[in-house]
Design a protein. Sequence first.
Length: 81
Amino acid sequence: MGPYQGSNYYFPDFDMNSCARGRDYPAWMGDYGYEKHYLFVEGHECCNRYFPTSSNCPYETEAQHGYYWESYYERLPNSAP
């Protein structure tokens, strides 16, 4: 595990055209060589680099706690498709 993986950072969310904060950034962004270009401690650093004209950047500012997928998926039984 690299020094960046598993920590809360601001990262570009290209689907939302804004930056998000959390640990749910794509794994490749936290890999050696990419982290310095995609993971940021401050939201404005990410926004200025990737979305300088966005009025809603960053759109997500709360740190994630627990497992990163807990805030995005409903608690469904294992039999759910």
